[in-house]
Design a protein around this ligand. Sequence first.
Ligand code: MN
Length: 199
Amino acid sequence: MSYELDSLPYDYDALEPHISEQVLRWHHDTHHQGYVNGWNGAEESLAENRESHDFSDSAGAIRSVTHNSSGHILHDLFWQNMSPEGGDQPEGELADRIEEDFGSYEAWEGEFSAAASDASGWALLVYDTFSNQLRNVAVDDHDKGAIWGGHPILACDVWEHSYYYDYGPARGDFVENFFDVVDWSEPSARFDQAVSLFE
Ligand code: MN
Protein backbone atom coordinates (compact mmCIF):
# COMPACT_ATOMS: atom_id res chain seq x y z
CA MET A 1 0.00 0.00 0.00
CA SER A 2 1.15 3.56 -0.42
CA TYR A 3 0.21 6.63 1.55
CA GLU A 4 -1.22 9.78 0.03
CA LEU A 5 -1.39 13.38 1.10
CA ASP A 6 -4.97 14.57 1.66
CA SER A 7 -5.92 18.13 0.74
CA LEU A 8 -6.23 20.59 3.58
CA PRO A 9 -9.75 20.55 5.07
CA TYR A 10 -10.01 24.33 4.29
CA ASP A 11 -8.58 26.86 1.83
CA TYR A 12 -4.92 27.83 2.12
CA ASP A 13 -5.85 31.33 3.27
CA ALA A 14 -8.55 30.16 5.71
CA LEU A 15 -6.44 30.55 8.84
CA GLU A 16 -5.20 34.07 8.12
CA PRO A 17 -4.09 36.20 9.86
CA HIS A 18 -3.01 33.54 12.38
CA ILE A 19 -1.24 31.42 9.77
CA SER A 20 -0.58 32.90 6.34
CA GLU A 21 -1.60 31.37 3.02
CA GLN A 22 2.08 31.23 2.04
CA VAL A 23 3.06 29.23 5.11
CA LEU A 24 0.20 26.78 4.66
CA ARG A 25 1.15 26.25 1.00
CA TRP A 26 4.79 25.54 1.81
CA HIS A 27 3.99 23.59 4.94
CA HIS A 28 1.34 21.32 3.42
CA ASP A 29 2.48 21.01 -0.20
CA THR A 30 6.23 20.77 0.38
CA HIS A 31 7.01 19.72 3.96
CA HIS A 32 4.07 17.41 4.59
CA GLN A 33 4.34 15.94 1.08
CA GLY A 34 8.00 15.20 1.84
CA TYR A 35 7.04 13.03 4.81
CA VAL A 36 4.50 11.11 2.74
CA ASN A 37 7.09 10.52 0.02
CA GLY A 38 9.73 9.57 2.59
CA TRP A 39 7.41 7.08 4.24
CA ASN A 40 6.49 5.43 0.94
CA GLY A 41 10.12 5.24 -0.13
CA ALA A 42 11.21 3.67 3.15
CA GLU A 43 8.41 1.08 3.00
CA GLU A 44 9.52 0.17 -0.54
CA SER A 45 13.11 -0.31 0.66
CA LEU A 46 11.96 -2.56 3.49
CA ALA A 47 9.83 -4.63 1.12
CA GLU A 48 12.71 -5.01 -1.37
CA ASN A 49 15.10 -6.01 1.39
CA ARG A 50 12.69 -8.63 2.71
CA GLU A 51 12.41 -10.00 -0.80
CA SER A 52 16.16 -10.11 -1.42
CA HIS A 53 17.15 -10.97 2.16
CA ASP A 54 19.68 -8.14 2.01
CA PHE A 55 19.12 -6.19 5.21
CA SER A 56 22.20 -3.98 4.97
CA ASP A 57 20.18 -0.74 4.76
CA SER A 58 17.06 -1.93 6.58
CA ALA A 59 17.91 -0.26 9.88
CA GLY A 60 18.04 3.11 8.13
CA ALA A 61 14.74 2.39 6.41
CA ILE A 62 13.14 1.39 9.72
CA ARG A 63 14.22 4.73 11.21
CA SER A 64 12.95 6.50 8.13
CA VAL A 65 9.51 4.86 8.53
CA THR A 66 9.36 6.03 12.15
CA HIS A 67 10.39 9.59 11.29
CA ASN A 68 8.28 10.02 8.18
CA SER A 69 5.15 8.19 9.33
CA SER A 70 5.18 10.20 12.56
CA GLY A 71 5.57 13.37 10.50
CA HIS A 72 2.65 12.42 8.28
CA ILE A 73 0.36 11.41 11.14
CA LEU A 74 1.07 14.53 13.22
CA HIS A 75 0.62 16.90 10.29
CA ASP A 76 -2.75 15.31 9.48
CA LEU A 77 -3.73 15.84 13.10
CA PHE A 78 -2.47 19.44 13.05
CA TRP A 79 -4.49 20.36 9.93
CA GLN A 80 -7.60 18.70 11.29
CA ASN A 81 -7.45 20.25 14.74
CA MET A 82 -7.50 23.77 13.28
CA SER A 83 -10.22 25.59 11.40
CA PRO A 84 -11.37 29.14 10.71
CA GLU A 85 -14.25 28.45 13.13
CA GLY A 86 -11.81 27.63 15.93
CA GLY A 87 -10.92 29.52 19.07
CA ASP A 88 -13.43 28.10 21.52
CA GLN A 89 -12.73 25.86 24.48
CA PRO A 90 -13.36 22.12 24.55
CA GLU A 91 -16.78 20.78 25.51
CA GLY A 92 -18.19 17.47 26.69
CA GLU A 93 -16.10 14.50 27.84
CA LEU A 94 -12.80 16.02 26.79
CA ALA A 95 -13.50 19.23 28.71
CA ASP A 96 -14.33 17.19 31.81
CA ARG A 97 -11.14 15.13 31.52
CA ILE A 98 -8.99 18.24 31.00
CA GLU A 99 -10.41 19.65 34.23
CA GLU A 100 -9.93 16.37 36.04
CA ASP A 101 -6.35 15.77 34.85
CA PHE A 102 -4.99 19.34 34.73
CA GLY A 103 -7.19 21.17 37.24
CA SER A 104 -8.62 23.63 34.70
CA TYR A 105 -8.54 24.53 31.03
CA GLU A 106 -6.25 27.46 31.86
CA ALA A 107 -3.79 25.17 33.64
CA TRP A 108 -3.84 22.81 30.68
CA GLU A 109 -3.25 25.68 28.25
CA GLY A 110 -0.37 27.08 30.31
CA GLU A 111 1.32 23.69 30.50
CA PHE A 112 0.75 22.98 26.79
CA SER A 113 2.27 26.38 25.94
CA ALA A 114 5.32 25.53 28.06
CA ALA A 115 5.73 22.29 26.09
CA ALA A 116 5.33 24.24 22.84
CA SER A 117 7.98 26.78 23.82
CA ASP A 118 10.48 24.03 24.66
CA ALA A 119 9.92 21.35 22.01
CA SER A 120 12.06 21.06 18.90
CA GLY A 121 9.12 19.59 17.06
CA TRP A 122 5.66 19.37 18.54
CA ALA A 123 3.53 20.05 21.56
CA LEU A 124 0.94 17.31 21.89
CA LEU A 125 -2.01 16.61 24.10
CA VAL A 126 -2.16 12.84 24.32
CA TYR A 127 -4.48 10.37 25.95
CA ASP A 128 -2.11 8.08 27.84
CA THR A 129 -3.76 4.69 27.52
CA PHE A 130 -1.35 3.09 30.00
CA SER A 131 -2.29 5.27 32.96
CA ASN A 132 -5.68 6.36 31.61
CA GLN A 133 -5.07 10.09 31.72
CA LEU A 134 -4.44 13.08 29.51
CA ARG A 135 -0.89 14.39 29.28
CA ASN A 136 0.95 17.17 27.51
CA VAL A 137 4.16 16.04 25.88
CA ALA A 138 7.01 17.93 24.20
CA VAL A 139 8.29 16.05 21.18
CA ASP A 140 11.54 16.67 19.30
CA ASP A 141 11.50 15.97 15.56
CA HIS A 142 8.31 13.92 15.16
CA ASP A 143 8.86 11.14 17.65
CA LYS A 144 11.56 11.83 20.24
CA GLY A 145 9.94 12.26 23.63
CA ALA A 146 6.78 10.41 22.61
CA ILE A 147 5.24 8.31 25.37
CA TRP A 148 4.30 4.65 24.94
CA GLY A 149 0.56 4.26 24.82
CA GLY A 150 0.10 7.96 24.19
CA HIS A 151 -2.72 8.46 21.70
CA PRO A 152 -2.45 11.96 20.19
CA ILE A 153 -5.50 14.19 20.62
CA LEU A 154 -4.24 17.68 19.73
CA ALA A 155 -1.05 18.73 17.94
CA CYS A 156 0.78 22.03 17.55
CA ASP A 157 3.69 22.06 15.10
CA VAL A 158 6.50 24.23 16.46
CA TRP A 159 9.08 23.37 13.83
CA GLU A 160 10.42 26.65 12.47
CA HIS A 161 8.80 25.98 9.08
CA SER A 162 5.48 26.23 10.91
CA TYR A 163 5.78 29.82 12.14
CA TYR A 164 9.04 31.58 11.31
CA TYR A 165 7.88 33.24 8.09
CA ASP A 166 4.86 34.73 9.92
CA TYR A 167 6.25 35.36 13.39
CA GLY A 168 10.04 35.34 13.20
CA PRO A 169 11.60 34.18 16.47
CA ALA A 170 8.42 35.03 18.47
CA ARG A 171 7.28 31.45 18.84
CA GLY A 172 5.17 32.33 21.86
CA ASP A 173 3.04 34.67 19.71
CA PHE A 174 2.46 31.86 17.24
CA VAL A 175 1.38 29.48 20.01
CA GLU A 176 -1.01 32.10 21.42
CA ASN A 177 -2.50 32.57 17.97
CA PHE A 178 -2.71 28.80 17.49
CA PHE A 179 -5.31 28.62 20.26
CA ASP A 180 -7.48 31.05 18.25
CA VAL A 181 -7.73 28.52 15.42
CA VAL A 182 -8.00 25.32 17.45
CA ASP A 183 -11.27 23.65 16.55
CA TRP A 184 -12.04 21.34 19.46
CA SER A 185 -14.67 19.28 17.64
CA GLU A 186 -11.96 17.10 16.07
CA PRO A 187 -9.87 16.52 19.23
CA SER A 188 -13.07 15.83 21.18
CA ALA A 189 -14.15 13.16 18.71
CA ARG A 190 -10.63 11.72 18.74
CA PHE A 191 -10.62 11.59 22.54
CA ASP A 192 -14.03 9.87 22.69
CA GLN A 193 -12.81 7.29 20.18
CA ALA A 194 -9.53 6.67 22.04
CA VAL A 195 -11.28 6.20 25.37
CA SER A 196 -13.79 3.77 23.84
CA LEU A 197 -10.95 1.75 22.31
CA PHE A 198 -8.85 1.49 25.44
CA GLU A 199 -11.17 1.57 28.42
MN1 MN B 1 5.53 20.78 10.02
